[in-house]
Write a protein that binds this ligand. Structure first.
Ligand SMILES: Cc1cc2nc3c(=O)[nH]c(=O)nc-3n(C[C@H](O)[C@H](O)[C@H](O)COP(=O)(O)O)c2cc1C
Length: 228
């Protein structure tokens, strides 16, 4: 009996996770405030080392989001890329091929050819338009805590993405936003001790957008997990 209930829960979770995917084109309407709040409210149940709950998050709604997107696009065009948490300097194999496959899936869905540099640049710039999402979240963590706290924030992100998907809310986590910390700090209340880890956009996905048709794949569990 209990086994049956647990079976239902894991089946629901798996269905939610299989259906979730990053959205890169959003409808302009904001989420209902109660829905937006609920995503972050339930994610408060995420575990963290010593239960320090180190995620700190600033969430925008209209009319705050659009001026932020304009400023981010200006800064991106000007090349003011300066992440506080260093981005990977390289992607050795097998990560390189995963990264390429992810880009191919997106560009193919958008009809952008491999040698179309202008098309790829425009697609990159869409990150800084926040994919027209009505809500953007900037996720930070007190830098004095160091990398283990960033692990906690990653766990929390999984909870947020799951909660949003379960509520039918589209999301895209965005390291690209973290590339422009000066702009984020100018527009949003971000603590002096906090390091900007990543951004996140939320809203309703535009079902007609080609950018939302791309899908990524996953390796079989044996690739990542060794059972001994
Ligand atoms: C921490 C993090 C940062 C990400 N940054 C970006 C980003 O800047 N731009 C983007 O388009 N997607 C970004 N993504 C989305 C990933 O590309 C996406 O999760 C991955 O390709 C798997 O696809 P899926 O989310 O559709 O399952 C990010 C994801 C994570 C978890």
């Amino acid at each position: 009996m209990i086994g049956d209930v647990i079976g239902d829960v894991i089946d629901d979770l798996e269905a939610t996770w299989r259906a979730r995917h990053s959205a890169r084109a959003f409808l302009p309407e904001p989420l209902e405030p109660a829905v937006l709040r609920r995503i972050f409210d339930v994610a408060q149940h995420a575990p963290s080392w010593c239960n320090i709950q180190p995620w700190r998050v600033v969430v925008t709604s209209p009319p705050t989001t659009a001026p932020l997107a304009t400023a981010l696009q200006d800064a991106a065009r000007a090349g003011r890329v300066n992440p506080e948490l260093p981005f990977p300097a390289e992607y050795p194999e097998p990560y390189g091929k995963q990264r390429v496959a992810c880009g191919v899936a997106l560009y193919r869905a958008m009809g952008i050819a491999r040698d179309d540099r202008a098309g790829r640049y425009a697609a990159w710039l869409r990150n800084y338009a926040l994919f027209d999402a009505p809500h953007a979240a900037v996720v930070t963590c007190d830098r004095r805590l160091g990398p283990y706290a960033y692990v906690d924030v990653g766990v929390w992100l999984g909870y947020v993405l799951t909660a949003a998907a379960a509520l039918g809310v589209a999301t895209c986590p965005m390291a690209s936003m973290a590339a422009l910390p000066d702009t984020l700090r100018t527009h949003l209340p971000i603590g002096a001790h906090d390091i900007i880890l990543f951004g996140l956009v939320l809203g309703r996905a535009d079902p007609a957008a080609a950018a939302n048709a791309g899908r990524t794949t996953r390796e079989p569990v044996e690739t990542n997990v060794t059972f001994v």
